[in-house]
Design a protein around this ligand. Structure first.
Ligand SMILES: [Mg+2]
Ligand SMILES: [Zn+2]
Length: 185
């Protein structure tokens, strides 16, 4: 049986955008996120996190800091009965990365490598899956991977920016709950 998944961006989508979040004590779930994920879970979706974390490559924080934050995110969701298949992160930056972190990689969104890894690892059905994120790079990654891609207005990029960039072809919602209602209908 094919499995469908929601590919979530993390910062500005699932948790409040803090710009280079490195302390687990700064993890705050976005508004109505738990209700949203229950709605999606009840509709049969599995969950994956795909996140650009160039703060690692820029030397703002370490992979260990990232892991601490990730464990806190996972714990807060688990408390409410929500599990993720896995999280995938890109630590690189094409110009600001230090040492080997400075590279034009394929994993940084809008690149699709991390999505492809998750699809392969968990045998997910792309045509039934959805990408949700707050930036145009999220939307572009999802579209390039061949899935429905939905914008939430809780992070960096505005409704207007997304409208212009994708010629009004991408659905955009004030928050994840509104996006989730759209996805399950
Ligand atoms: Mg984001
Ligand atoms: Zn990368």
């Amino acid at each position: 049986m094919s499995k469908k998944a929601i590919f979530f961006d993390r910062d500005g989508t699932l948790i409040v955008e803090k710009n280079y979040l490195k302390n687990s004590s700064d993890v705050i779930l976005e508004n109505r996120v738990i209700e949203s994920l229950h709605l999606l879970k009840d509709d049969g979706f599995l969950f994956v996190i795909i996140t650009n974390q160039s703060g690692i490559g820029r030397g703002y924080f370490t992979e260990e800091d990232y892991l601490d934050v990730h464990l806190e995110v996972v714990a807060q969701f688990r408390e409410h009965g929500i599990e993720f298949l896995d999280d995938y992160y890109c630590p690189h930056h094409p110009t600001k990365g230090i040492g080997s972190f400075k590279q034009e990689c394929l994993c940084r969104k809008p690149g699709t490598l991390l999505i492809e890894q998750a699809v392969k690892e968990f045998n997910l059905n792309i045509s039934e899956s959805v990408f949700v994120g707050d930036k145009s790079s999220d939307i572009q990654a999802g579209l390039s991977a061949g899935m429905l891609s939905v914008h939430v207005q809780t992070g960096h990029d505005s409704f207007d920016k997304i409208c212009k960039e994708f010629n009004g072809t991408v659905s955009s919602f004030p928050d994840l709950y509104e996006a989730s209602k759209f996805i399950v209908t």
